[in-house]
Design a protein around this ligand. Structure first.
Ligand SMILES: *Cc1c(COP(=O)(O)O)cnc(C)c1O
Length: 420
């Protein structure tokens, strides 16, 4: 980054510090990961210069022969990885992918059934300030009070009552396996489309560690930067008969020129996700999440739904005299990064919350295993037991530094940044 350092030392410094932060802290945000050097190379390449409105072979600009090659590879690999009939790899993000499906499948004002934000749904699933909530009639479904899991009978009853044109499955804070077959049956019973948003679990789906929605749903959307460990972006998979409608909804419907550097990076992501080592990684993500859940529950923390089948878990802090907001902020001071999160039937606001969401994809990428998860559970407990104790804070911070130091991240980038 010698050019950057010279021309814009402030941004250079921010990037250097962010690289250090990622290396020094323990990243437990369930939606984050550390992408590979190969993907960083592709995304910072000259492909960012190219305008390529349209699709491979049918562009509105000249000089697209090499970006066409990248996009074709990206599409083929996405289809192969998820066994999909059609893939659109142009959405800039998960929200854009959802927006394109809404506009392709529905008319303004149509009814959609989607998971309530407070139960773990996503903003793009009907939040009132989001396009989805503003332009569509979104009826929320929640979770069972008893199991804190999806209640398929309730979803069926709501579907029969509201006759939605589309039912949306998937969320941002749901730790359990989703039964896509049951969703399919409900959709068939009321004649609704099924959209599965697998943003969080795409890496697990790609490696067969979570049942795939692809054979069952008309539309599947995902991000590429969560468990999939690619660049920050989105993808839509759909049945062949919706291919044209989806492509038109993305461009010219909601986007202009695709980010060709990101599409190249997504192609690399899918290639790497097809390798055997990626499945080993995903298996360890699951093992680590289970270990972390067990270790925390042994220390007296209630885990929502009594555990996890995925890469994430929700910790209920009710009775700990600490909101999710305060817990996340003291943990951050000890260099442990987590999200505050609502728990099912939370009595607190989304700003305060009674819970924490923890995920293992990022730390597993660093090479951490069960032993480290146990250690991290102890560190979290030490902090949360004495949130205002400065001595505890200092000692946990020291332990975090030692632990992170044993699993270095982007070591050569750091060396390079400091050298220039
Ligand atoms: C993260 C997420 C998204 C959107 O991701 P962005 O890329 O931030 O727009 C969409 N749906 C779900 C369920 C998610 O968890």
């Amino acid at each position: 980054m010698k050019y950057l350092k010279k021309t814009d030392p402030q941004i250079y410094k921010a990037i250097l510090n962010e690289t250090k932060r990622q290396n020094d802290k323990l990243e437990l945000i369930a939606s984050e990961n550390f992408t590979s050097r190969e993907i960083l190379e592709a995304i910072s390449s000259v492909m960012t210069n190219k305008y390529a409105e349209g699709y491979p072979g049918k562009r509105w600009y000249g000089g697209c022969e090499f970006v066409d090659e990248a996009e074709r590879l990206c599409i083929e690999r996405a289809k192969k990885l998820f066994r999909a009939e059609h893939a659109n790899v142009q959405p800039h993000s998960g929200s854009q992918a959802n927006m394109a499906v809404f506009f392709a499948a529905l008319n303004i004002g149509d009814t959609v059934l989607a998971m309530d934000l407070r139960s773990g749904g996503h903003l793009s699933h009907g939040y009132r300030l989001n396009f989805s909530g503003k332009y569509f009639h979104v009826v929320p479904y929640g979770l069972s009070r008893k199991t804190e899991m999806l209640d398929y009978d309730e979803i069926l009853a709501l579907a029969k009552e509201y006759k939605p044109k589309m039912i949306l499955a998937g969320g941002s804070a749901y730790p359990r396996t989703i039964d896509f077959k049951k969703f399919r049956r409900i959709c068939d019973e009321v004649g609704a489309y099924l959209l599965v948003d697998m943003a969080h679990i795409a890496g697990l789906v790609a490696t067969g560690l979570h049942p795939s929605p692809v054979p069952l749903a008309e539309f599947v959307t995902t991000t590429t930067h969560k468990t999939l460990r690619g660049p920050r972006s989105g993808v839509i998979l759909c049945k062949r008969k919706f291919a044209k409608r989806i492509d038109t909804a993305v461009f010219p419907g909601i986007q202009g020129g695709p980010f060709m550097h990101t599409i190249a990076a997504k192609a690399v992501c899918f290639k790497m996700a097809l390798e055997a080592s990626f499945k080993r990684y995903q298996k360890q993500v699951l093992v680590n999440a289970k270990e972390l859940a067990i270790a925390l529950s042994e220390k007296g923390y209630r885990i929502v739904s009594q555990g996890t089948d995925t890469h994430l878990l929700l910790v209920d802090l009710t009775g700990k005299n600490l909101t999710g907001k305060d817990a996340a902020s003291v943990l951050d001071r000890a260099n442990i990064t987590v999200n505050k999160n609502l728990i099912p039937f939370d009595k607190k606001s989304a700003f305060l919350t009674s819970g924490l969401r923890l995920g293992t994809p990022a730390l597993t990428t660093r090479g951490m295993k069960e032993t480290e998860m146990r250690k991290i559970a102890t560190l979290i407990d030490d902090i949360l037991k004495k949130p205002r104790d400065q001595k505890t804070l200092a000692s946990v911070k020291e332990s975090v530094k030692r632990l992170a130091g044993k699993f270095p991240l982007y070591k050569d980038i750091l060396k390079e940044l400091k050298r220039v």
